[in-house]
Design a protein around this ligand. Structure first.
Ligand code: ZN
Length: 340
């Protein structure tokens, strides 16, 4: 008689949505459940959303042996506690998330980690980082997330703050680009699509002309939500790409993004000696546009013929699913370590 097939619940906690899925030992996923995360409303609203999505996953009658989630913030993978989260999720700091997940799923083992670490683990397991000895995964979105997987394990650092490359400072002087972390000149401020859009708005507010100013205006509700500002045109990085050749501001912001991304990649390659660097985020759907520009910026740095570049830059293969794969891998690895 064959044993009943086992699954884990994998959850990706995002600022806007929760995603969850049942994943088997081989890494087969099905259709995600999505529900609004209500994260900006704070801890209680987010916990209610988590309860809802977990109960959906539990309702199918499958044999579920573990549960895991990736969350924004400084996530203590050892204690299962959110050690620190900025104001984006009110009261999330101090949340015993691991314990909560176990309780909601009937007492099964749980694991949690930082969302970018989980994405990196997902890319290592089933995506662009398969087979890598040292994978550096960068995720360009609202911010710049990053994770490092060495010999199959996420590198956390003793305080679970390692590899926060988005908040490394790449422009200490001559910039007024403020970062959500409180500093100025962080890599994220130049590289993430979210911050590129903010920089475009700020530039236009002080009079830099751009075709972006002619884009349809956001609604009042959208304006209040985004910038609490009047008359904000709605555009994204794809629009900047469309106007790269004919608009000074679009070209400048994209060139800055590639310049600082290349600087970051160069420096990180010296720190970690990765064999694969994966780039995730919707903007790399236009990889044919961005990758040659990135390479041109990387080519500005001298490389000794005796010490050639060996790492490969790859575009993420898992897209939105990376966090689900990574959460599943995290809990399967944990279960394996307990069984052996
Ligand atoms: Zn920062």
């Amino acid at each position: 008689m064959s044993e009943e097939k086992e699954y884990v619940i994998a959850i990706d906690i995002g600022g806007t949505n929760l995603k969850a899925d049942l994943v088997d030992r081989e890494g087969n996923i099905s259709d995600f459940s999505y529900t609004p995360s209500h994260a900006s409303e704070g801890r209680e609203a987010l916990l209610q959303a988590l309860k809802k999505i977990i109960s959906v996953q539990m309702s199918g009658g499958k044999k579920i042996v573990g549960i895991a989630a990736g969350s924004p913030g400084t996530v203590n993978n050892s204690t299962g506690v959110i050690d620190y989260m900025q104001a984006h999720i009110p009261n999330w700091t101090g949340m015993k998330l691991g314990e909560f997940l176990s309780e909601q799923a009937g007492g099964i083992p749980s694991q949690i980690d930082n969302d970018a670490n989980v994405i990196a683990l997902g890319e290592y397991w089933k995506g662009a980082g398969q087979g890598a000895k040292c994978l550096l995964a960068l995720a360009l979105g609202t911010g710049l997330g990053s994770g490092l997987v060495v010999e199959g394990k996420v590198f956390h650092g003793p305080f679970f703050n390692a590899v926060e490359v988005g908040h490394t400072i790449v422009s200490p002087d001559g910039t007024n680009v403020a970062c959500s972390c409180g500093n100025f000149g962080c890599a994220e401020s130049f590289i993430s699509p979210g911050k590129m859009i903010s920089r475009a708005h700020l530039s236009m507010q002080v009079g830099v002309p751009s075709v972006l100013g002619g884009y349809p205006k956001l609604t009042i509700a959208q304006i209040q939500e985004r910038y609490k500002n009047n008359d904000v045109p709605d555009f994204n990085v794809k629009d900047m790409v469309d106007h790269y050749e004919d608009d000074f501001l679009c070209k400048r912001l994209i060139d800055d993004c590639m310049k600082y991304l290349a600087l970051l990649i160069y420096n990180l390659s010296k720190c970690y000696d990765p064999d694969v660097i994966s780039l995730g985020g919707g903007m790399f759907k236009s990889a044919d546009f961005f990758l040659p520009k990135l390479q041109a910026q990387l080519d500005r740095y001298y490389v000794s013929p005796d010490l050639p570049v060996k790492y490969k830059i790859k575009v993420s293969e898992l897209g939105d699913a990376a966090g689900i794969y990574g959460a599943a891998k995290m809990i399967w690895d944990y279960l394996d370590s307990k069984r052996s």
